[in-house]
Design a protein around this ligand. Sequence first.
Ligand code: UDX
Length: 434
Amino acid sequence: MKVSIIGLGYVGITTAAGLSEIGHEVIGYDIDKDRVKLLQDGKSPIYEPGLDELLRKNISEKRLTFTTSPEKAITHGDIIFICTGTPSREDGSADLTQVEGAAKTVARYINGFKLIVEKSTVPVKTAQWIERTMKLYLKKHIDFEVASNPEFLKEGDAINDFLKPDRIVIGVNSKRAEKMLRRLYKPIRSPIVVTDINTAEIIKHASNAFLAMKISFINMISDLCEATGADIELVAKAMGMDKRIGKQFLRAGVGYGGSCFPKDVKALYWVGKQYGLNFELLKNVHEINESRIDVLMKHLKNALWNLKDKSIAIWGLSFKPNTDDIREAPSIKVIKRILREGGRVTLYDPKAMENMRKIFPEGEAVKYAKDKYEAVKDAEALVILTEWDEFKDADLDKVKNAMLTPIIVDGRNIYRPRKVKRLGFEYYPMGRPS
Ligand code: UDX
């Protein structure tokens, strides 16, 4: 089938690569010339395992192209995916101007029947706004339909999530739209849930907010463990063995970040408010997540007393492993707090250092290390903020010998407390006896 993708961010690129991989003819469109140029050369502007290979393969097999021409993009696809950003406004509600812009672009260049599919995470009833915008801006009568097909991709594993999803959700108004989307996803073996459009929009928002809630719940219990000397890792393990609870998303630590959870929790809170509903639970989810930084900083200060002029190594800058994405990463907040208190940081991350340099340029108080061992040289504490495998497998003897004072503040609970203590470290995990 012929497919166009509007918006080549994380979701757009992965969707373009995935749909071309299963045999469709895909054109990706974005206004950002540099981004499109990179993609035309088969290079992804974001780091995602396996994505470059998939881009190159499908470009060379002529199923995938990228363009900055809206006309070329819109006239190509029978199905047009809107994958533009839906950032947070100042008050936390979703800013849908890019989605509106995409609808206007489709209205301007539409040349025959199109199924316009929203893939970005949007508040319920956004599809109705897309339809209204289309109708307002259409110059002549051309038939179109709007549908919702939310993405559930997680960064670092997005290709696998695309090709082997737990489920595909299709929100449609007609049999014709359902048939088109079923045909599109035919090569993918996965349960398909067909709903009306409002329901599909809510499924996506609710799924993300629920996962965020699970994380904040375990972090709340982590605080209780810390206050009483109990161990959150064992609490989470035993809770997770109950199949009704499930073991995933029960990892306590420095909290969730990324481009989805923080934004979606706030946006869904605002949706609830708009309908006069009590969605305070989501406010608490957000607040508990924010307070993770306070807990980590308390540990750091318990260990170092004062931070002024202290040299602190930080391992892990991305919001989670296997990505270079630092959006809403806890590392940004932690670094700011340390610098505000007069400390110095040496930063290391396997993938995210280039992105972080744009926020914290190298200088007197901020250094970047070429590897994890250089980062800890003469450090008075090591703070771990992302659970990359290379940190789990680090030679801790080497780390200890390089440090000035052997202190580890672990925001992701990656080590066994007894083992690190035996090696001679003072160890400060989250929600575990230290
Ligand atoms: C998420 C959803 O998983 C995905 O379905 C949706 O489409 C987009 O948002 P992503 O943001 O890529 O994906 O990452 P995810 O793996 O869900 O992790 C989000 C954050 O939660 C990370 O900062 C991670 O470190 C944190 N997290 C996750 C925890 O703190 N504890 C956990 O147990 C799990």
